[in-house]
Design a protein around this ligand. Structure first.
Ligand code: KG4
Ligand code: ZN
Length: 346
């Protein structure tokens, strides 16, 4: 019988609580404070921390209620110990430690970003021995080589500046779209021509092969979009918003998939898992499916509800760590706002 793992997520603006048994998801409840941040055009950490405090107990109660389980049935507590906003993390970790102490159950402090990949085990089953994972969100763009179902994780590359979602949000702002701009650009891009404007593909030239083969950079692309829009405005022309969105989205997806499939090929990995809030992006999903198929790579992308921050990803990783014989965390662990992506659990 697999242990019943309670997962707690509080790294950013989502309070998530979930119950997982092995790779079976019993329940996943999320409360979001996004609406409270929208008018500021970005996440306000203090507002997020306070929202976690208010949302935690109701979210926990709802999760237990829906699953028809009681706290006494929980075998272990998993919590995202980093990376993320320090205040938000602290609220979730304090709650997790209180539960572990009161119930006398082991605590597993796990890595939020790796959770974005491992959540796929709840949808498509246990990972094969070696998996490539592209984790893309508003805060992260990382390429991870995951071995032994999350026993070891190697970070092959990451963004040197903006994350993919962040670049979308910034371009959204300059096109006058509401925050977060990502989903709006996605929608507009579906009506535009992705070949209309040749935006740059950063770090893809052969000279970067030795130093930045698997790193990304999106801030130059964002500037290129801004310059292009400015030049059109100066010339008195109307901005073809759908074409700008489509060409920009195509540039982002193209670079992400080019590097990710190169990494799969060079490391002899046949399974690719894409996770994180940005994997909701339809241009990326379409390109991953077609190019993955052509390259003979099994591309696994969980449904969108598991791609945004949630408790299921944390419970899934806690469950994987336990299956792999990982040791429980000390109750004295601190949160780590910049936890390295090679750290699976602390
Ligand atoms: O993982 P996530 O939910 O949270 C954080 O990283 O904090 O990712 C959210 C990010 C935001 O930047 C949002 O604009 C972007 O993912 N995003 C999208 C889409 N859906 C969410 N970007 C492009 N297309 C989408 N469909
Ligand atoms: Zn996340």
């Amino acid at each position: 019988m697999n242990p019943l793992v309670l997962g707690i997520e509080s790294t950013c603006d989502e309070t998530g609580v979930a119950l997982v048994e092995g790779t079976d998801l019993l329940v996943d409840v999320t409360a979001s404070s996004m609406d409270e941040h929208a008018r500021f055009g970005g996440i306000v950490p203090e507002v997020a921390s306070r929202a976690h405090l208010e949302a935690f107990l109701p979210t926990l109660e709802q999760a237990l209620d829906r699953a028809g389980r009681t706290l006494s049935e929980v075998d272990a507590i998993a919590v995202a110990a980093g990376p993320g906003l320090v205040g938000s993390l602290t609220v979730g970790n304090a709650a997790a430690k209180a539960l572990a102490l009161a119930l006398d159950r082991p605590l597993y402090g796990v890595n939020h970003v790796i959770g974005h990949a491992v959540v796929d085990e709840l949808v498509h089953g246990e990972f094969p021995d070696r998996v490539m994972s592209l984790v893309v969100s508003g805060g992260h763009t990382s390429l991870l080589l995951i071995e032994g179902s999350a026993v070891t994780v190697r970070e092959l590359g990451h963004t040197l500046d903006d994350a993919a979602g962040e670049a979308f949000d910034k371009v959204g702002r300059l096109l006058g779209l509401p925050y977060p701009g990502g989903p709006h650009i996605d929608r507009l891009a579906r009506e535009g021509d992705p070949t209309a404007i040749p935006f740059p593909r950063a770090l893809t030239a052969p000279k970067f092969k030795a130093t930045h083969a698997y790193d990304f950079s999106f801030s130059g692309l964002k500037t290129a979009v801004a310059r292009w829009v400015e030049a059109e405005q100066d010339a008195g022309r109307e901005i073809p918003v759908a074409d700008v969105a489509a060409s920009f989205a195509d540039a982002v997806a193209d670079v992400l998939m080019m590097k990710t499939l190169d990494a799969c090929r060079e490391h002899g990995v046949e399974t690719l898992v894409i996770g994180g809030g940005f994997s909701a992006n339809s241009q990326l999903r379409d390109m991953a499916t077609t190019r993955g198929e052509a390259a003979g790579i099994d591309v696994r992308i969980p449904p969108i509800r598991y791609c945004t921050d949630n408790g299921a990803m944390i419970a899934a990783l806690g469950s994987a760590v336990m299956r792999n014989g990982g040791v429980a965390s000390d109750l004295g662990i601190g949160v780590d706002s910049s936890m390295p992506l090679t750290t699976v659990s602390v």
